[in-house]
Ligand binder design. Sequence first.
Ligand code: AMP
Ligand code: ZN
Length: 492
Amino acid sequence: MADRTMPPLVLFNSLSRQPEAFRPIDPADVRVYTCGPTVYADQHVGNMRAFLFADTLVRTLRARAAAEGWGRVRHVINITDVGHLTSDADAGDDKMERAAASQGRSIWDLAARYTADFRRDVARLGIAEPSIWAVATDHIAEMVDFAAAIAPAHCYTLPGGLYFDTGTVPDYGRLARAGTDGNGGGDGESRIDAVVGKRHPQDFAIWRISAPGEDRQMEWDSPWGRGAPGWHLECSVMSRQYLGSPFDIHTGGIDHREIHHPNEIAQNQARCGCADPGATFWLHNNFLVQRDGTDTGKMSKSSGAITTLQSLVDRGIHPLGYRLMCLQAHYRSELEFSWSGLVAALTRLRRLVQAVEGLRSRPGGESIADAGVYREQLDAAMAEDLNTPRALTALESMLADERVAPAARIAALADFDAVLGLNLGTLAREDLRIRPATATIDVPAIAGRLADRRKARGAKDFARSDAIRNDLHAAGIEVMDGDPLGWDWRLA
Ligand code: AMP
Ligand code: ZN
């Protein structure tokens, strides 16, 4: 909205471990890069938290563009379909090759399937499509060119491939160490397996040469031998190709602050021959964690104990219920995953939908107060390092403010939807009713049984009405007589 003036956007920059006022390098072209998924397995809801966070950031930038006089906001997300090893720290097997071998499938099929599933989940969560999906294997030639350009001054070869000499760039690992005493923050060194001949333990492979006899499905020729790129290379290459160097904001999960992003920065510095890290702001979301017995730990694909968005849907939970659960926590805080927390978020979403339907059912009315104050609360909350919990409170206060005419509240809702992505402008009650995969009855049948029950009650046939209630209960449906929100059934 052009007529909105906004407080300056402050974002917590991992480079300084401080909140900093955000100013784009080129206001005509605001540029964001997000490290994308490795597509060897299903994405779990923890991974999706990272993309929900990036989406909230991009939505916030777009909502401010007019007020700030910015032009377009471009967002690139990559798809990692090669190079990511089982250890982030440059050791182990290629995750894609290993998964394909164990399933006896072509690696390309595997990547296609998990990419499609990921993009389906992106859509279901209301995450805006990025301006560009950048697929790693579509950029091998550019990766070889990048590596060739930095090799003479920054790399050395070992039998295993071309290695980056981290001693050749200024202040290697600053991103990992920032805000600590310089030792404790860790640059992931302890997690790095020794490779004979490396000059420094943190040195990493830029190009990995296939071992004699190694049977790789994905490999390409290069000046250093036939093989595959190291994982960190793709993000330096694709961010530079699509967004230029330097660009504005680089995002990822907090695990990337330790190894992947310091290595990207080192490559970026080598490529530009300067100390610039390649992006002005580096933003990291904290983990979705789950309690496992007595321990609470990061949800991770390799642990096997993961929850997918599809498994939420199978239990009858709308994906936007998960989005709301994420918005209830600040992105830099850990968020504990629990089914009870998820159900509570879904109930909150239902109340929001209910409130909007109530407003729609009574148009007209006059305002004795302006919705502008709530827009200001929204803008102030988001300007404060994307404070989504506060933005949600502003949304609820706005919907409940009887001094503002229903139509004016509906109009203000669009601004909240633009930033929070809850789609309340169009989401209907029926949409929130998802039939669980195990349900033995479908929605029209439930409606039919409830109509029969109303008839029975009308005829004072309470035995029949109770019998219908019991039947529905057996099918997993709880009848809700006199629900204050006006729902007539829910999943038991
Ligand atoms: P990956 O496919 O493992 O490269 O992860 C994709 C994105 O999800 C990265 O930005 C990770 O940092 C992020 N991520 C992985 N696990 C979690 C988690 N449990 N909570 C939040 N973000 C995560
Ligand atoms: Zn990356």
